[in-house]
Write a protein of this length. Structure first.
Lengths: 229, 439
């Protein structure tokens, strides 16, 4: 999953980046409105942490832009305590949540999980597909109660497919959700294949049936039947 | 040859030619004058003798006997022998001796004419020595020429100084022009000058530089705006294609393939626009360069980001970070440059190869070096590796397979230029490429 941090305070920016990396996001950072605009213009993010008081303008502009083009992107506004007007305006413009600075990282995590649950229409931090259980909170995967040891990249792939179950995810989208858009796409696609091979092997070793379907020439799809949920 | 030397030299050559011509002319002029004067002198003698013998015909004998008129002249009077037309004067310069006991002959001017005494014609030859006159004429000639020569040399030296002074603004302009590498980096003005032509030249150059600069800037701005404006529509195309693709089970193969191609092309285009945007932002100097950047730290971060690829390709990393190396610049850009260099090395490395990253923070050379064991830099790209959109001719397919925008290294180049870093790429002996950044 891809996240963008727009925050002009470098230390906080770095801290947020680290937090999101820990949550297995692929993170881009911007310290100015301009950088934020450049990044948002080219890529769709799953999550944007947006500070409103930027040195070269109001973050609300960025919010408008995001909401105009990407209706699925989750935006969490970071405001200084007391700036109710901004908060209200942000929510009116379509931001999904807000956090008043200073905030604890645990609170941030909880909020992120909450909005992502809304975004992907799930009710719990634990997603069950058949016997496959994926815990968003602890980054754990198990099949039939037996934990599967996945690498971070494999976890990211599986999580993205699970969150987007029944949808075909293109290989480019998958690559970008893992490594961001800085990586050369023609270069990274081969790596998706190898990671996918390893992931499937681990899943089948745990006894899972073929959950991940290859859509030839396009990407992958994780099939989940409503009845099994 | 320098302009002032050229002018001085042609002046000198011209002066010498004129000097030689003047010398020859002067020589003939002086000689002519001397002979005219001699001839007048001889005629005067003749008139004197005629007057003398007409007053006293008997004195003829005396004159004949006496012969000399002075120490440089003498007279011969002989009975008329018909060799000379009566009553004509003929002049000649002859070498002869005055008396048989003289050792060598000398040059004399001779007037051969006739006189009549008591109705009897006589041959009259009057001789006058030339040497004395010639001495005087040569002295005059030489002193005049010497004066001229000194004048020429003096003029040469003076000219040298004067030209140097006059041409200084011109040379300043030329020197400045020589140092310009990038018109957008040049913000001096060519100064006004009191010399009209140089003033015109400098003003024209100023106007031209301004034009170039502003069109360069316009171009960069345009690229920046265009790539920025392209990003959003491309991104929309891409998301829409992705939405279509996400319902792959409702689509037939043909539609699926088309949608996939639309998506891939849109992705490639937006990557391209992104890279162009970043490059033009760098070239338009829209970044602050006031951070202290720890190169080792940035490198570690890049390696962490690329770790997946390094591990999967079984690449062994050799890190030689000798000392702390911190440079002033923009963290994000330096990260981007190092990312691109390392990514290239990983991309072109064969399975199981090794990549050596050296960081040299010594007193003199602050260097960052990445050496891979890949195929190296193709011959056709030598020298233009860092230029935009340059891929090896004929190899583009081969490279294109895993080459993205072809802008990675030109981004490195513009970042280095902005920071004033040196960059170099060369092939290692055997196989592989070596990319060096010098801070």
């Amino acid at each position: 999953m891809r996240a963008l941090v727009v925050e002009d305070e470098p230390l906080l920016n770095e801290e947020l980046e680290e937090q999101l990396l820990e949550e297995q996001f692929s993170v881009d950072c911007a310290e100015t409105l301009q950088e934020g605009r450049d990044l948002v213009a080219g890529d769709e993010y799953d999550l944007v942490l947006l500070d409103l008081g930027l040195p070269d303008g109001n973050g609300l502009e960025l919010l408008k832009m995001i909401k105009k083009y990407y209706d699925e992107t989750v935006v969490v506004i970071l405001t200084a305590r007391g700036e109710i007007e901004d908060k209200v305006k942000g929510l009116e413009l379509g931001s999904d949540d807000y956090l008043a600075k200073p905030f604890a990282m645990a609170e941030l995590r909880a909020r992120i999980h909450a909005v992502l649950r809304r975004r992907f229409k799930i009710s719990d931090n634990e997603i069950l597909i058949g016997k496959l259980l994926l815990n968003l909170n602890h980054m754990e995967v198990s099949y039939g109660g037996k934990p599967i040891d996945l690498t971070e990249t494999e976890y990211k792939i599986l999580r993205y497919l699970v969150l987007n179950k029944n949808k075909t995810i293109t290989r480019i989208a998958l690559a970008e959700h893992i490594w961001g858009s800085k990586i050369d796409d023609r270069f990274s696609l081969d790596f998706i294949n190898s990671h996918m091979k390893n992931l499937r092997k681990k899943l089948s070793e745990a006894g899972a049936p073929e959950l991940i379907e290859t859509v030839y020439g396009v990407g992958y799809k994780l099939e989940a039947y409503e009845t099994e949920q | 040859m320098k302009l002032n030397n050229k002018i001085l030299l042609s002046n000198l050559v011209l002066s010498v030619v004129i000097f030689v011509l003047t010398s020859i002319g002067m020589y003939y002029l002086v000689n002519d004058t001397v002979y005219d004067e001699l001839d007048n002198h001889l005629l005067q003698h003749k008139i004197d003798i005629i007057n003398q013998v007409q007053g006293d015909p008997a004195s003829l004998k005396e004159i004949r006997k006496l012969g000399g008129l002075g120490s440089y002249e003498w007279v011969e009077i002989n009975p008329y022998d018909g060799t000379v037309e009566p009553n004509t004067n003929s002049f000649a310069t002859i070498d002869t001796v005055r008396s048989p006991d003289e050792a060598s002959s000398e040059s004399y001017r001779r007037l051969a004419t006739t006189i009549s005494v008591n109705d009897q014609y006589y041959n009259l030859n009057i001789y006058e020595e030339v040497a004395a006159w010639q001495n005087i004429s040569m002295t005059i000639l030489l002193s005049v020429l010497a004066g001229l020569l000194i004048w020429i040399l003096l003029l040469y030296l003076l000219n040298q100084m004067v030209f140097d002074r006059i041409l200084t603004p011109f040379y300043d302009t030329v020197d400045t022009l020589e140092t310009i590498s990038d018109p957008t980096d040049f913000d001096e003005r060519f100064p006004d000058s009191s010399t009209d032509e140089i003033d015109v030249l400098n003003r024209a150059l100023n106007t031209m530089m301004n034009e170039i600069r502003s069109s360069f800037e316009d171009q960069k701005k345009f690229i920046q705006n265009a790539s920025h404006e392209l990003l959003t529509p491309l991104s929309i195309i891409r998301q829409k294609a992705e939405k279509i693709l996400s319902r792959s089970d409702q689509l037939d193969r043909q539609t699926l393939r088309s949608a996939n191609e639309i998506q891939e092309t849109a992705v490639r285009l937006s990557r391209l626009s992104n890279a162009l945007l970043l490059i033009s932002r760098v070239e338009n100097k829209q970044y602050e360069l006031d951070e202290q950047v720890d190169i080792a730290g940035v490198t570690e971060k890049v390696l962490e980001e690329l770790n997946d690829f390094i591990t999967l390709k079984n690449i062994s990393l050799e890190k030689e970070f000798s000392e702390e190396l911190s440079v002033q610049g923009n963290q994000e850009l330096i990260h981007s440059a190092i990312y691109n260099i390392v990514q290239n090395a990983v991309k072109f490395s064969p399975e199981g190869a090794s990549i050596t990253i050296t960081l040299n923070g010594g007193a003199e050379n602050h260097e960052f070096k990445v050496i891979d064991e890949g195929p190296g830099i193709p011959e056709a790209l030598n020298g233009s590796l860092f230029d935009r959109f340059k891929k090896g001719n004929g190899r583009s397919n081969e490279l294109g397979k895993n080459n993205g925008t072809g802008l990675g290294l030109s981004l490195v180049k513009s970042i280095c230029k902005l920071h004033g870093f040196g960059y170099r790429a060369e092939n290692k002996e055997g196989a592989g490429a070596e990319i060096t950044l010098r801070f």
